[in-house]
Write a protein that binds this ligand. Structure first.
Ligand code: NAP
Length: 623
């Protein structure tokens, strides 16, 4: 295809005008943008300090930890061939976490290692790479994370080089309840081999409880890397104190060590007659050391609804006080069920175990590959309790704990800017998940936990950074935000932040929900923002106020001409909310807009959007 010119800003200065434009060998455009953001508005004294700090780092040839999660930990005389490159493609941060941990351990072992996001990896280096470990997740339909789209496309495409010198290892993260479990990692593992590379550790596949598989896969990678690169001379490691990468920024609390946040406010923000409950929750981070930026998510470790725990114990005729030992820990059964095990999400492994224990042929049939749709429906509607009720099995306490999956934290897009609400406060927008099935009410674990959070109940939280979902470094850029339902949460943070820093760029929000009168989340705030000039344009789509459904993508098409013009002038585009339907439908609407108003073919329109995704100018926070 011919060189593309669309999407480039016309006649607008992209970089900060007052900055010197210097050649930046080895630095990606993204890192340069990050540097600009980091240094923007700093007085000369601070800039000199940063310059001296960088020089000292270079002189010591020590570790450099950059805020974008791109970490370099290299020995001074590192030759490309003698180092391990660890890459990650992460949507919710889990693959990043495994890759960081591997890098930490390799660094501590004195190995020469560098860690990069797939989106920041210069693919032209692949042909020279000798040792590569890749940790990558697969999304619902077997898609890579947005950040890895370019890398996957390059590797699986015609331009990929032959890789006879490369030794590689791939770990996939996914959810075994989806039919396309770890599809991306399987594809890449096979592709590396096809290009002539040699596997130095077998393909690993980790389910939602990824820690154990991640750790043992990393053990294998470390062992083989040590063999291949040789045990490092003591001097290589000397003076290099291992740095805990996840503790960058000095956070005392993280996923494994959450902070117990006090609830400052918890109120319903839909009208009383709305069919759904959505709550605005304000938490205190005081004393936590946790810091966040607009775009980040807050991880919440929920407790299961107490009534559900009781029901499990009653149905299985088990005593909650009974101690159960599992994987090296001994806890009362009620604690396992209340805080350690997944009671509100049915999973494929549990179904498999239950089908085997009950000998139920109907259940076993649902697991057959040709009955994928039935399985997807079942996983969508049923909870583990339905399984126990409908196909009774008398698990003993230890069997029950082993069969249920470990509880995982839930991520909520943060709805506040620390510049406006203060660094010690964080806001969330939470839809309370509640539905009826098989004659009883079913609750979501985290939303029901948060709904009841108040003076009596603190909330265990951590910050999950999302470097892919950031406001433009250049505040004069326009932004377009598409966020139906609670997907609007991060855009409240964005608008607050842009107002606080006096961003010159325009802000356009497209919001949708069921009914105008009942479900217009933060209506008063948006109206105020419009009045204040903090929001320049607001388009609404209320799906159930008319006979025909109206969704945000209808507004995208309707206002396609302006939207395309904004993008042509360099606007950044953000989508947040449901990944399964909404994000895909919005993407299709964007293709249509580029065809209708940019004169592109559908294929070129898709390439253009892929390019924007790759550049980070089109970012999605969807799951
Ligand atoms: P919701 O009630 O499910 O939907 C909000 C609006 O979107 C409704 O008007 C709904 O219309 C409409 N809608 C339904 N299908 C659509 C489609 N294909 N395209 C466009 N709009 C569509 O919203 P919610 O419960 O607040 O949350 C939405 C979803 O976003 C959830 O899946 C949640 O997990 C996810 N979420 C993700 C993030 C994140 O990734 N960071 C943050 C927040 C929320 P009808 O119901 O009338 O069809």
């Amino acid at each position: 295809m011919a060189a593309k010119t669309y999407g480039r800003p016309k006649g607008k200065i992209v970089s900060v005008a007052t900055r010197p434009i210097l050649p930046t060998p080895g630095l990606t455009a993204e890192r340069v943008a990050l540097l600009h953001r980091l240094t923007e508005g700093l007085p000369p004294a601070d800039l000199y300090w940063i310059s001296a700090w960088s020089a000292a780092l270079a002189a010591q040839a020590t570790r450099v930890v950059l805020p974008a999660g791109a970490v370099v930990a290299e020995a001074p005389n590192a030759a490309t061939g003698e180092r391990l490159t660890v890459l990650y493609g992460s949507q919710t941060g889990n693959s990043r976490r495994v890759a960081e941990r591997l890098t930490e351990r390799a660094t501590a072992a004195g190995l020469n290692v560098r860690l990069l996001r797939t989106g920041a990896y210069p693919v032209r280096e692949l042909a020279q790479e000798r040792h590569l470990a890749l940790v990558i997740s697969s999304q619902g339909d077997g898609d890579p994370p947005d950040d890895a789209l370019g890398f996957v496309e390059f590797l699986t495409g015609k331009r990929a080089p032959k890789l006879p010198l490369l030794k590689f290892a791939v770990l996939g993260l996914g959810d075994s309840s989806y039919p396309q479990f770890c599809a991306v990692s399987r594809r890449l593992d096979a592709r590396f081999a096809e290009l002539g590379a040699q596997r130095f550790a077998p393909l690993g596949e980790a389910d939602v409880d990824f820690e154990a598989v991640g750790a043992s896969w990393s053990d294998g990678v470390l062992e083989r890397t040590r063999e291949a690169l040789g045990t490092p001379a003591a001097s290589a490691a000397a003076g290099q104190r291992p740095v805990a990468l996840h503790a960058v920024g000095g956070a005392l609390h993280d996923r494994e060590k959450p902070f117990a946040a006090e609830v400052l406010d918890n109120q319903r923000i839909v009208s009383r007659d709305s069919a759904r409950e959505v709550r605005h929750i304000e938490l205190s981070l005081q004393g936590s050391g946790l810091r966040y930026e607009p775009g980040d998510a807050l991880g919440v470790w929920p407790c299961n609804p107490p009534a559900l725990v009781e029901e499990f114990l009653r149905l299985q005729r088990l005593d909650g006080g009974q101690e159960v030992a599992h994987e090296g820990r001994r806890l009362p059964l009620a604690r396992w069920l209340g805080q350690e095990r997944e009671l509100t999400r049915l999973s494929r492994p549990l179904l498999t175990a239950h089908a085997a224990a009950s000998g139920n042929a109907e259940l076993a049939r649902v697991l057959e590959p040709e009955r994928r749709e039935a399985l997807t429906r079942l996983l969508d509607t049923d909870q583990p309790i339905d399984l126990l009720r409908r196909h009774p099995v008398s698990w003993d306490a230890a069997q029950l704990v082993a069969a249920l999956r470990p509880l995982t934290p839930r991520l909520y897009s943060i709805a506040s800017s620390p510049k406006v609400v203060g660094e010690d406060e964080v806001h969330l927008t939470v839809a309370i998940l509640e539905y009826h099935a098989h004659g009883s009410a079913h609750l979501g674990a985290a939303s029901s936990f948060l709904a009841a959070a108040g003076d009596e109940r603190r909330v265990p939280v951590f910050v999950e950074p999302n470097e892919r979902f950031r406001l433009p470094a250049d505040a004069s850029r326009d932004i377009i935000m598409i966020g139906p339902g609670t997907g609007v949460a991060p855009f409240r943070a964005f608008v607050q932040e842009r107002q606080a820093v006096g961003a010159a760029g325009r802000n356009w929000l497209l919001f949708g929900n069921r009914h105008f009168a009942q479900d217009f989340l933060y209506q008063a705030e948006w109206q105020q923002a419009l009045q204040d000039g903090a929001l320049h344009r607001l388009d609404l789509a209320f799906s159930r106020d008319s006979a025909a459904k109206t969704y945000v993508q209808h507004r995208v098409r309707e206002h396609g001409r302006e939207l395309y013009a904004w993008l042509r002038e360099g606007a950044h585009l953000y989508v947040c909310g449901d990944a399964t339907h909404m994000a895909k439908d919005v993407h299709e609407a964007l293709v249509d807009v580029a065809v209708a108003h940019g004169g592109l073919s559908a294929e070129d329109a898709r390439d253009w959007l892929a390019e924007l995704l790759q550049e980070g100018r089109y970012a999605r926070d969807v799951y």
